[in-house]
Design a protein around this ligand. Sequence first.
Ligand SMILES: C[S@@+](CC[C@H](N)C(=O)[O-])C[C@H]1O[C@@H](n2cnc3c(N)ncnc32)[C@H](O)[C@@H]1O
Length: 244
Amino acid sequence: MNPEATELLLAGAQELGLDVAPVLDQFAALLVLLQEGNARFNLTALKTERDIVLKHFVDSLTCLGGGHLDGNHQVVDLGTGAGFPTLPLALMRAELQFTPVDSTRKKVEFVRATAEALGLQNVRPVAGRAETLTRQPEHRDRYDRVVVRAVAALPILAELALPFLRPGGLLVAQKGPISPEELRAGQRAAGELGGRVTEVEAFTLPVLGDARTLVVVEKLRDTPDRYPRREGVPNQQPLFWSAK
Ligand SMILES: C[S@@+](CC[C@H](N)C(=O)[O-])C[C@H]1O[C@@H](n2cnc3c(N)ncnc32)[C@H](O)[C@@H]1O
């Protein structure tokens, strides 16, 4: 990792109250693996070290804000893509057990190989769509937390994520700015699925100052059996929301 990127990672994490120094070598290794992976199969649009450090690594670490992931939790990362936020979070929090999920097999294989290369014991990737995985007993009502970054609008996330959670579990959604309409639809969808939006916290990304929102949804009771609807329907017909 070049000196500027190293400095930005340390400073960005510090702004979040985190010290990445003990795992700096692993972050540097992750950067190389990501760039190699990108050269083979276009995994992420971010190519420069500066962008990867700020918009993938530091951005992923903002999921630790508010302490919602503190503890020994089983965590699904819904729509992990090239491993975000799972990989940065797993480097920082050995006590969290991650199940990154993605419908694209080549991305899941990349995350598996990368976690192994980094020596991460707490990452067990799974390929599949959330709509189908949450119909399987080993994934339904099982997890303490779902984290998600940059996957879908809140009503869609609620339908895809809440079935993974046990009652009492939390969905922690890291998003850009959220419109009042999306939030209202998300609140109604959460209620329909057995949950409740408990927190909406606007903040800015360290160094860059981009607007972000952390939305937390608590699962209060079992999700009705009719959810999630079949593959693709949550995206095509989001609950309580027609804006796309
Ligand atoms: C824009 S990418 C975001 C990736 C990553 N979370 C990040 O922040 O860089 C969205 C990912 O979600 C996955 N995805 C979308 N809908 C999904 C579903 N229903 N089940 C599983 N994965 C899904 C896609 O395959 C894609 O890799």
